[in-house]
Design a protein around this ligand. Structure first.
Ligand code: SAH
Length: 486
């Protein structure tokens, strides 16, 4: 029967109060655990108990009445939970409880229940209870999961702080109006961020200063340098999602996919600060200036970068700049292209039989080539993940072979890794530049070189299978190795 009037929401203080649980199975165990969490004194009535219930009984945390339900069990109980799998017993419990004016919850039976147990999101002393009145528990659970991902742990710290300081806040601001403004100023300021950064002492200091009015209500801006991953929005972290949902301004690279951008806050200002190897680009200095300008206006800025901000992403420079200008910042790591492309091409970057090390390398121009340790890069039994390498593949091949890497070493070029249009082209080092050219591999593409690359042929699972590109031998133009592996 649908509930025609709304339920009355209620948070009950069960501390040291007796609650009867009828049933000794896994469901009764779960309910008993929740009751213990709330400090109640559960009395479990059932012929037998699960091992955990029995252990709690052994520890004196619960009482146990062995046997079959009897209405006398209700004596002294404030609430009762019927958690047996026998409908007749559950009904008898509900009827007996009704007669004694004891609220009863019958698990999974809203009709028999005189109280419902909501879905809960808990952050310290802060609890969000969700109920659909028993009509659509799936919907309540779905909403609960969404809230779980939305609310980070700083809520618990905030709730703990406010609970602890409740008296002092009331003394300091006796009028409800001033009190509300005080809380609003706290929440708009750096406090939540300081808790997210686990800087509890600083958070406490800031709170004290605000309370003593030593600190002006700051609406200081901040920057979160956030890794957006390789493109598949499912690879975003929860912290990235939360930062994007709180942002006033999102400065994003061109590499960041549409799918990811769609998840950002609707009314944030989106500014593309695209940087591509070719074509129009925003200079790093201009990006710095934009971050500064918006943060100084008190905005929450998200600097959203492809992959991970600290892997060939100039995230380090951005932090140095922010530090130098006194702008508070956070960093949210992202899944870097090497890790994502390998996973989405079915290539384990390390493998007991083939590779004990992996190197992340960037090689986008001649100058950067000269600074690399080619001897080390040419070692066997390791995997190279080469970023921004499409243009310099010839030089890369020549140097690796000259330093002793076998021309037969397998490679995989992963173009648009993790995206709908992902393409994987495989071959051997000897033919790498020719294959890349003939298959017109375009940026963004990542080169994975090493024995593990051959596994793409069998382990692929995403998108089109890899194209195994063999090039006729006469088009090869190999230099003679100058260094032989010992
Ligand atoms: N910070 C980024 C890398 C930026 S450098 C990260 O951690 O992934 C840009 C290079 O990353 C591209 O030239 C390409 O080599 C690689 N890359 C980024 N996204 C890619 C993708 N989806 N597929 C293949 N390569 C990618």
């Amino acid at each position: 029967m649908p509930v025609s009037v709304p339920l009355f929401p209620l948070f009950a203080d069960l501390k040291d109060r007796r609650v009867l649980v009828v049933g000794g199975g896994p469901v009764a165990e779960r309910k008993t655990e929740a009751l213990l969490h709330a400090g109640a004194r559960p009395r479990v009535g059932a012929p037998d108990l699960t091992p955990r219930l029995r252990a709690w009984h052994g520890e004196g945390r619960i009482d146990w009445i062995p046997g079959h339900f009897d209405a006398h069990w209700l004596a002294g109980a404030w609430l009762v939970v019927a958690a047996t799998d026998d409908t007749a017993v559950n009904r008898a419990v509900a009827t007996a409880a009704e007669a004694r004016h004891v609220f009863a919850n019958v698990v999974d039976d809203g009709e028999l229940s005189s109280f419902h147990v909501p879905a809960i999101v808990e952050r310290g002393p802060l609890q969000i209870a969700i109920s659909s009145g028993g009509g659509a528990p799936m919907l309540a659970r779905h909403l609960r999961r969404q809230l779980e991902t939305l609310l980070d742990d700083s809520w618990a710290s905030l709730a703990n702080l406010f609970t602890r300081q409740r008296q002092r806040i009331r003394q300091r601001f006796p009028q409800p109006g001033e009190r509300r403004r005080f809380f609003e100023a706290l929440l708009a300021g750096p406090l939540p961020r300081l808790f997210r950064q686990q800087l509890h002492a600083q958070a406490e200091q800031h709170f004290q200063a605000m309370l003593d009015e030593r600190a002006a209500a700051t609406h200081a801006g901040s920057v979160a340098v956030v890794g957006a991953g390789p493109g598949d929005a499912g690879l975003l972290t929860l912290n990235a999602l939360r930062a994007m949902n709180e942002a006033d301004v999102i400065l994003h690279d061109r590499l960041v996919s549409e799918d990811v951008l769609r998840l950002g806050r609707r009314d944030a200002t989106y500014i593309e600060v695209g940087k591509s190897a070719t074509g129009h680009s925003t200079r790093q200095d201009d990006i710095h200036a934009l971050m500064l300008e918006h943060a100084r206006k008190g905005k929450r800025v998200v600097r959203l970068k492809g992959g991970d901000p600290f892997v060939f992403g100039r995230g380090g420079e951005e932090l140095e700049f922010l530090r130098a200008h006194g702008i508070p910042y956070e960093v949210v790591p992202g899944i870097t292209a090497a890790v994502a492309c390998a996973a989405y091409a079915g290539i384990p970057l390390t493998h007991r039989d083939h590779a004990q090390a992996v190197r992340l390398v960037t090689a986008h121009c001649k100058d950067s080539f000269d600074t690399l340790d080619w001897h080390a890069l040419a070692q066997e039994r390791q995997t190279l993940a080469v970023y921004m390498g499409v243009a310099g593949l010839e030089g890369l091949r020549d140097r690796l072979v000259a330093h002793g890497r076998a021309p037969s070493t397998p490679f995989a070029l992963v173009e648009n890794g993790s995206r709908r249009d992902q393409r994987v082209v495989t071959g051997t080092l000897a033919d790498l530049p020719e294959i890349a050219r003939s298959h017109q591999v375009r940026s963004p593409a990542l080169l994975i070189l090493g024995e593990v690359a051959a596994l793409a042929g069998t382990l692929h699972w995403f998108g089109a299978p890899p194209v195994d590109a063999a090039v006729p031998t006469q088009s090869r133009n190999l230099p003679a190795p100058t260094l032989q592996a010992a």
